[in-house]
Design a protein around this ligand. Structure first.
Ligand code: CU
Length: 83
């Protein structure tokens, strides 16, 4: 959970992944086919990155990876922004 108006910082870490594809991180009102409100760069195996988002209004958001069908395989999450 986070408070409205805060900048959120996500640390994306694939440094311990030695095989498989890249991943990314999207935030939207619902899972696909909903349109993402924010989207990270693609993170290749062995890499890490920082993804910052601000301006999210109070509500529940869904998080997912949009590579192939990763979200359908469970690469999803929930983010609650409180007022
Ligand atoms: Cu993925």
């Amino acid at each position: 959970m986070t408070a409205r108006g805060e900048e959120l910082t996500f640390f994306l870490d694939a440094t311990e992944i030695s095989d498989g594809s890249a991943h990314n991180f999207k935030i939207g009102p619902e899972l696909p086919p909903a349109t993402a409100l924010a989207e990270s760069d693609f993170i290749e195996r062995g890499e890490s990155a920082v993804f910052k988002v601000d301006g999210l209004q109070p509500r529940t958001y869904r998080l997912w990876c949009s590579v192939d069908e990763h979200y359908a395989l469970g690469m999803t999450g929930t983010l609650v922004v409180k007022s």
